[in-house]
Design a protein. Structure first.
Length: 134
């Protein structure tokens, strides 16, 4: 088993796209679930969708939740409170796309929940462009 991931976004398509990308990088070795959009399909977040995603990927190594915008925190926190598993769940402050990709790779090599969370959070320091001023 490995640490699992839940991707929470205000957009169902965005969450599914991040799951697709992170899943490719983890070569299918990590359980990753999307919880995007409101229950009616409109933009927003849903505690019920987050809870269903947590239940889908539940495992003994824990779950890291990554989200797109700060307002998704409330839905994630309510879902975690309602989640009746014995396994740990952490919410990550990492950037969604970069954090999810790094978390998936770290989880795929068997790192602990704390190590996966730390690596994901550090994703905000990764340069996207090479400094051309030198």
């Amino acid at each position: 088993m490995s640490v699992s991931l839940v991707i929470v976004s205000h957009s169902a398509r965005l969450a599914e796209g991040v799951v697709e990308l992170a899943g490719q990088m983890a070569q299918g070795k990590v359980a990753i679930a999307a919880a995007g959009g409101a229950i009616d399909g409109s933009p927003g977040t849903s505690m019920d969708k987050v809870l269903a995603a947590l239940e889908q990927v539940d495992g003994p190594d824990g779950i890291l939740v990554l989200l797109d915008l700060g307002s998704a925190v409330m839905a994630a926190e309510m879902a975690i409170e309602a989640f009746v598993a014995q396994h740990r769940v952490m919410i990550s402050p990492a950037p969604l796309v970069e954090g999810a990709v790094i978390a998936a790779v770290e989880a795929s090599i068997g790192n602990s929940l704390e190590e996966v969370a730390e690596a994901a959070e550090a994703a905000h320091t990764l340069p996207k462009l090479r400094d051309k001023r030198s």
